[in-house]
Ligand binder design. Structure first.
Ligand code: SF4
Length: 696
């Protein structure tokens, strides 16, 4: 039986924040065929290399199919009871802040919602943070400072309606390929100009009209120059500015900054400013190159300042657009999965917001009134013994966190670590006391939200293998076994979704943006059939853009421009560590390769870990193409294959972050990256470490 006669299941790709729709057809032999969904508004049938190869990554060879306790197979009852008992015991002996959850943008919204509810509402601690902290926490902070809420103002259609698209710290061609396909199609159709702002010449530069190879970390100075230039040429929209505050201070800070720190030629800067100023329809897309910085929040606000000062926001073809790395980073933000957020974009610091959430959940304890530990601080607290019980869900921090060796040692020494995942073959899972086998993409049901606020269903097209269970069911069972029977009594993800949607309606009464109360009465059948829908979803409104007429979410309704000044990266180059190390992704791999490495086709793209180094530096160091090189930071050393290329500038090197202790033990790049973080967002600076390079 080839499955050709079976119906197709509509679902969503699990890899990146574009959130492409896919059509799945079971092949009758335990596998699936996958094609792009022509009706999904994110991709209209397109897929990238990773999405196209999804069917190759579904084998059960590396799957975790039964719970394990201390490396021995166990039954669910024993494993779940042990988790509940150890968390309860730790809280009783050391207090509620002695436990923590580290979760993931891979989780479905319903899973994420329950993890947050369990920790913040019932355990009573805010010690839940997510690997989205490494991805876009600076954007969240920037949005909240400017808009009053974490609101993405625009939509993907703006990319097609813009006359100028500026990519800042975003290699869209490799990291969000379907959006890049949409951008290049628009360029062909209407001549969209494209500018790439990135220290490195990436694949995204292939379709660009201009590449500004600025010095690492100098984006604030560039956008401050743009703001000064807009003011100097009378290009400020004073009618729109009346809906905001803070312009004078922002402009004063901008004029005090020195654009020379970008290292760009004055002529390049002038050409960029001219193009931006004289083009009304401008979209600025930004990603990890902006966010993963000790000045990431300020970079975001420097970009937002320019859009607010000119009213280029919330109208077709205009506005800032943050693109997220993970399929459900946005859903995680919506449920309050970050340590400094409450559910439905409510504020932890606001007593009325906390009381409303507590009432909705009928929680037994006050919601914590201060942020919990953000990712870097959380693992440091594990390391120094303040956190004594840790639950890690669908993420591999031993590879992906900065100061990864310290994270590995901390988890290894933690008195009790639980890992929920689809495989036991990760560097983190190997350190777990309890391993909980979760259902994987293709087997689980729920929702995700992509980078333009579109909520889509992930649907199961395959049965759950072995003894695997959905994450929401695992979390609910632990909540019940910890004593909160009624609050965690769920039969389906649809029930959880309805509760989340109802809470968003309460949040809207407090003037919050995230309102999907129009979905709160969705029956099980309607949830099953739910079409992709962009929030807000209420009786009065569905989707659309924000802020064309103002209407911000700060008290008083005004948007805010922020005074921001250039700050250099935390680590300074010095004779011992003369190179600036940039890290990032490659086109065909995803995170720590737990899925994509299963596809021979994807693994063939760039088959081994590498270091990009400029020809001048390679000559000076007597490094030849394909030589092995040793890369050393103050924290650790990696051995990589040299790729000599002028895509990087002299004095800078680039390495990919995917390879793990499982796939290439000498190439765990994040072991080299220090844990310096943005003081506002807590996001680590993953693109500006300092290293020495020498032949190996
Ligand atoms: Fe999947 Fe992202 Fe590729 Fe779309 S662009 S197919 S969501 S990896």
């Amino acid at each position: 039986m080839d499955g050709a006669g079976l119906p197709e299941t509509r679902s969503t790709c699990p890899y990146c924040g574009v959130g492409c729709g896919v059509l799945l057809r079971a092949d009758g032999q335990g596998g699936l065929s996958v094609r792009g969904d022509p009706d999904h508004p994110a991709n209209f049938g397109r897929l990238c290399s990773k999405g196209s190869a999804l069917a190759e990554t579904l084998g059960l060879e590396s799957r975790l199919l039964a719970p394990q306790i201390d490396g021995q197979e166990a039954d669910w009852d024993a494993a779940l009871q042990l988790v509940a008992n150890r968390f309860k015991q730790t809280i009783a002996e050391h207090g509620r802040d002695s436990v923590a959850f580290y979760v993931s943008g891979q989780m479905l919204t319903e899973d994420y919602y329950l993890a947050n509810k369990l920790m913040k509402g019932f355990i009573g601690s805010a010690n839940i943070d997510t690997n989205s902290r490494l991805c876009m926490a600076s954007t969240v902070a920037g949005h909240r400072r400017a808009f009053g809420t974490d609101t993405v103002p625009g939509t993907y259609e703006d990319i097609e309606e813009a006359d100028l698209v500026v990519l800042v710290g975003s290699n869209l061609a490799w990291c969000h390929p379907v959006l890049n396909q949409r951008l290049l199609a628009a360029k062909k159709a209407r001549g969209t100009r494209i500018v790439v702002v990135d220290p490195r010449r990436t694949a995204s530069c292939d379709g660009a009209d201009m590449h500004l190879a600025l010095a690492p970390g100098s984006d604030v100075a560039l956008f401050n120059r743009l703001l000064s230039d807009l003011a100097k040429h009378g290009a400020i929209d004073h009618d729109y500015l009346a809906r905001t505050e803070g312009f004078d201070a922002a402009l004063a800070a901008a004029e005090a900054d020195d654009v020379a720190v970008t290292g760009l030629q004055e002529a390049e800067i002038a050409a960029f400013c001219d193009l931006w100023r004289t083009t009304e329809k401008v979209v600025t897309i930004f990603s990890q190159g902006v966010n993963q910085s000790t000045s990431g929040s300020d970079k975001v606000n420097a970009i937002l300042n320019c859009h607010l000062a000119t009213g280029r926001i919330g109208r077709p073809g205009m506005g800032p657009l943050s693109v997220t790395g993970q399929p459900n980073a946005m859903g995680g933000r919506e449920v309050g999965g970050l340590a400094n957020m409450l559910a439905c974009h409510l504020d932890l610091e606001n007593p009325d917001h906390r009381a409303a959430v507590r009432d909705c959940w009928d929680a037994p304890t006050d919601i914590p009134d201060a942020p919990g530990l953000k990712a870097v601080d959380m693992f440091r607290a594990v390391g120094d013994g303040r956190i004594k019980a840790l639950w890690i869900i669908h993420t591999n921090p031993v590879v992906s966190m900065p100061e990864a060796d310290l994270v590995r040692d901390a988890i290894a020494a933690c008195p009790f670590t639980v890992v929920s995942d689809i495989t036991a073959a990760t560097d983190t899972a190997r350190l777990a006391d309890v391993l909980l086998p979760a259902t994987a993409w293709g087997e689980k049901d729920g929702t995700v939200t992509n980078s333009d606020r579109t909520i889509s269903r992930q649907r199961a097209a395959l049965p759950a293998p072995g003894n695997t269970r959905p994450d929401w069911a695992i979390l609910a069972e632990v909540g019940q076994r910890m004593g909160w029977t009624k609050a965690f009594d769920y039969e389906t993800p649809a029930e959880i979704f309805r509760e989340h949607a109802a809470l968003s309606g309460i949040a809207a009464k407090f003037g919050r943006d995230f309102d999907i109360s129009g979905l709160a009465a969705l029956g099980d059948a309607a949830y099953e059939q739910l079409e992709p829908v962009r929030w807000p979803v209420t009786a009065e409104r569905q989707g659309g853009r924000f802020f064309a007429e103002g209407g911000f979410f700060h008290p008083g309704g005004k948007g805010r421009l922020l005074p921001v000044r250039h700050r250099p990266p935390a680590a300074r180059t010095e004779p011992r560590y003369p190179f600036r190390l940039n890290t990032g992704r490659v086109r065909d791999q995803w995170h720590t390769m737990t899925r994509t490495a299963l596809s021979p086709k994807l693994s063939a793209h760039l088959a081994e870990p590498f270091l990009e180094i400029h020809p001048t530096d390679a000559t000076l160091l007597q490094i030849l193409p394909a030589d092995l090189v040793e890369v050393q930071s103050p924290l650790a050393t990696a051995i990589l294959r040299a790729r000599i290329t002028d895509a990087v500038q002299p004095g800078q090197v680039f390495a990919s972050m995917h390879w793990t202790g499982e796939t290439a033990p000498s190439a765990r790049i994040d072991a080299l990256v220090p844990g310096a973080t943005d003081p506002v967002s807590g996001q680590p600076e993953s693109k500006a470490s300092v290293v020495a390079v020498r032949p190996y």
